[in-house]
Each structure stands twice: as structure tokens, then as C-alpha cells.
Design a protein around this ligand. Structure first.
Ligand code: ZN
Length: 237
């Protein structure tokens, strides 16, 4: 069983009726809903307003993969909790950061670059699969069309990814490394660009399949967490 915690800021859906209309159950509720249908996944949710943002030591110890969506409260997010999440990723917890979570404290801490990019509201996107043999691309066609999406464009200031599984094209001509994997310590990270809150992107079956694949890819191998250590080793005998 892979234990998944779906974290969402859960601010826009409560503030704006048109966003609540897209995700009445919240983005976390939508994602937990389709992941919860999978036999091998145990899913819980957490949101910003919970104590310690719902990401206590106890919750993180019981999380194999954290899915993270954030946008308006990046600066308000607790430094202490961000560091705690980083430590868990380094010891093997998987992390799937979605859409504007590229700019979260957690991602900046783990990846170390500015994470800046270009953006424009109200575009459409074609997601091309640029690593078809990657586990996150399993069952995904060579191109997915997202009828409405916010444009995210290059240059995207990330460290060189392990793999660029998906590359986005937008009608303005921009391209973007939309699905990238990274390794930090023992932890596997997937960043996935689609999912602007105004559009029902997480209701698209192919997008859901990518997130399901990402959970299984980012889960620690054999379900095992390993603490990183720094120690002097004496030669035996
Ligand atoms: Zn957005």
C-alpha cells in the first residue's frame, strides 16, 4: 500500500465562486477522489489552515508520497514545515509538486534555483510526451490537449532534471518543461505544470493517469525510507 497525502492550499476555492464551481470539493478533494479509487493507494488530505499545515512529523512519517498544490500563500507557509518536508524527501518520501507549487518554499529548498518562469492567463496547451519509456508516461498518448490552461513558458529556472517526461506547447508559441523528475537524497520528485485552479484540468482522465503514475514512480523503492548519514567508517580486521 502506498500512503499518499494530498496537500492543497485551499484558498482560491473558498474565496472565489467560479473556482469553487470548478472544484467544489477543493483541488485536494478532486485529486484524493481519483487516487482513492486505486486499490494500492491509501489517501489522506491536508490543507494550509490545519495546525502545522497538516504536515506534522507524525503525518510525514506515515506518508510515502506527498502531492503538493500551492499558489497564494507561498510566503506565509511555515519555514519550519518546509524544512521538515525537505528532510523527509531526502530520506525517501516522494514529492509530486503541481502547477504553481514550483514556487513553493519546499521546491526552492530542494532544488536550489529561483524557480522563475513566464506566465500568461487563458491559453490552451498541448502536452507532448518527450520520454515515452518513462514509468510516468505509461499509458499516456504522445500528445494530450488541455483546452484551457495558464501558459507557463521558458526559461524555467530549474536545475537540470533527471528526465523531461512532458513538454508543453502553448498557442502563443511558448514551450515549457511541463513534467520533470529530480532526485534529492533518497527522494524522487516530479514537477507537473498543468492544473491552474480556474480550469478543470485535474478532471481530465489522462492528467489523472499521469498523477497516478507519478505517485507509483515517486514512492520509495520497496516502501523503505533511509536516513542519510555522515559517519567515519573504520576498516575491519
Ligand atoms: Zn495558475
Amino acid at each position: 500500500m502506498i500512503r499518499v497525502t494530498v496537500w492543497n492550499e485551499f484558498k482560491h476555492e473558498r474565496e472565489f465562486a467560479q473556482i469553487r464551481h470548478v472544484y467544489p470539493e477543493g483541488i485536494h478533494g478532486c485529486i484524493a477522489g481519483f487516487l482513492g479509487e486505486e486499490q494500492d493507494l491509501f489517501v489522506r488530505t491536508a490543507t494550509f489552515d490545519m495546525e502545522e499545515h497538516g504536515l506534522t512529523e507524525e503525518v510525514l512519517q506515515k506518508t510515502d508520497v506527498l502531492i503538493f498544490w500551492s499558489h497564494a500563500l507561498q510566503e506565509e507557509f511555515s519555514d519550519e514545515v518546509a524544512k521538515r518536508v525537505r528532510e523527509h524527501v531526502l530520506s525517501g518520501m516522494g514529492l509530486a509538486a503541481l502547477h504553481s507549487a514550483h514556487y513553493s518554499k519546499i521546491m526552492k529548498l530542494l532544488l536550489g534555483t529561483s524557480m522563475t518562469l513566464k506566465w500568461r492567463h487563458g491559453d490552451k496547451e498541448k502536452i507532448w510526451c518527450t520520454a515515452p519509456s518513462h514509468p510516468i508516461a505509461a499509458g499516456i498518448p504522445e500528445m494530450i490537449e488541455i483546452p484551457q490552461e495558464e501558459m507557463y513558458g521558458e526559461y524555467f529556472d530549474i536545475p537540470r532534471p533527471d528526465d523531461v517526461v512532458f513538454t508543453g506547447w502553448f498557442s502563443g508559441g511558448e514551450v515549457f518543461r511541463s513534467g520533470c523528475t529530480f532526485t534529492r537524497g533518497m527522494g524522487k520528485i516530479f514537477y507537473f505544470q498543468p492544473g491552474h485552479e480556474e480550469y478543470p484540468v485535474y478532471r481530465q482522465p489522462q492528467v489523472q493517469q499521469i498523477i497516478k503514475n507519478a505517485v507509483r514512480f515517486c514512492a520509495p523503492a520497496g516502501g523503505e525510507r533511509r536516513e542519510l548519514c555522515c559517519q567515519e567508517v573504520k576498516r575491519q580486521g
